[in-house]
Design a binder for this molecule. Structure first.
Ligand SMILES: C[C@@]1(CC(=O)O)c2cc3[nH]c(cc4nc(cc5[nH]c(cc(n2)[C@H]1CCC(=O)O)[C@@](C)(CC(=O)O)[C@@H]5CCC(=O)O)C(CC(=O)O)=C4CCC(=O)O)c(CCC(=O)O)c3CC(=O)O
Ligand SMILES: NC(=O)C1=CN([C@@H]2O[C@H](COP(=O)(O)OP(=O)(O)OC[C@H]3O[C@@H](n4cnc5c(N)ncnc54)[C@H](O)[C@@H]3O)[C@@H](O)[C@H]2O)C=CC1
Length: 216
């Protein structure tokens, strides 16, 4: 499997199953997707991220109709009824719609989607999957990576600005690459971004001056 980031901004996500797994996936996708619809005969007492909840218990034969009516980019099969999850997977696949089986780890068909554990800081996103082998490990590693990514969003923003400034200047692409590499490696810049004790841009400019001066 190859991780690819998918933009759901203008898309619909259709979730079957209103248990805690359906709720977690609904919250995840409602943070970005235009519309998230959860179809289930009952709903656990948890947040669904503002998703639309439809109280129905579709039979395996009914599932395709829901996909046709809502026209989703992704179907999440998160019921505790294997036949319904199976039908959702089949109907989605027949229509060329992405499908996430929450009740399956191994034996995936081509085109299936795994929801990874995710850490986000600003525009920076890290995703962790164990190929389905151990979701608990994905969660544990996500918690560890969270600390590592602290300040990464601000670092992306700062070095994004620096790249633009250097592109407008008269340095060569090699000099620009070395300067940006030095900034992202600088513990002084990271510290400034994380603590606010000094000005990140000033720290970065100091690092760049040293780099441009050949002091590497
Ligand atoms: C294949 C996959 C399909 C998919 O859902 O996409 C899948 C499948 C299954 N999960 C199961 C169990 C658990 N899942 C979690 C947690 C998460 N599960 C997530 C993803 C995935 N889970 C995909 C693979 C990801 C990968 O490759 O690693 C995360 C990362 C993302 C998310 O769901 O948002 C989220 C952590 C989010 C976070 O915190 O960051 C916990 C931990 C807990 O609850 O504390 C447990 C209990 C402990 C355990 O069993 O490990 C079971 C058994 C059910 C049973 O026994 O009945 C199955 C089905 C099976 O194994 O057959
Ligand atoms: N991917 C993951 O992270 C995890 C996956 N699982 C798997 O996902 C499945 C769901 O887990 P939970 O939410 O904990 O289960 P749950 O039993 O709490 O919830 C299942 C939901 O599906 C609903 N449902 C039943 N028939 C339906 C139908 N015909 N149409 C629509 N909804 C229907 C139920 O009413 C219930 O709301 C489990 O079968 C389990 O194998 C479990 C834990 C974690």
């Amino acid at each position: 499997m190859i991780p690819l980031y998918h933009d759901f901004t203008d898309e619909t996500v259709l979730v079957f199953g209103g248990g805690s797994v359906g709720a977690r996936k609904a919250r995840r996708f409602a943070a970005e997707a235009n519309v998230v619809v959860v179809v289930s005969p009952d709903f656990v007492d948890e947040a669904f991220g503002g998703a639309e909840r439809v109280r129905e218990a579709p039979s395996p034969d009914d599932v395709a109709g829901w996909i046709d009516r809502t026209n989703p980019a992704l179907v999440v099969a998160a019921t505790n009824d294997e036949a319904v999850n199976e039908a959702a997977e089949r109907a989605a696949r027949e229509r060329g719609v992405l499908v996430n089986r929450a009740d399956r780890s191994g034996g995936r068909d081509a085109g299936s989607v795994v929801v990874p554990a995710t850490v986000t800081d600003g525009d920076v996103t890290a995703a962790i999957s164990t190929g389905g082998a151990s979701p608990a490990l994905s969660k544990h590693l996500r918690e560890r990576v969270e600390a590592e990514l602290d300040g990464a969003g601000a670092m992306a923003e700062l070095t994004g600005e620096i790249r633009e400034t250097l592109k407008d200047g008269d340095c060569s692409p090699e000099e620009r690459r070395d300067a940006v590499r030095a900034v992202v490696r600088s513990s002084a810049v990271w510290k400034a971004l994380r603590t606010g004790e000094s000005k990140p841009r000033q720290e970065a400019d100091r690092v760049i001056r040293n780099t441009m001066g050949g002091d590497r």
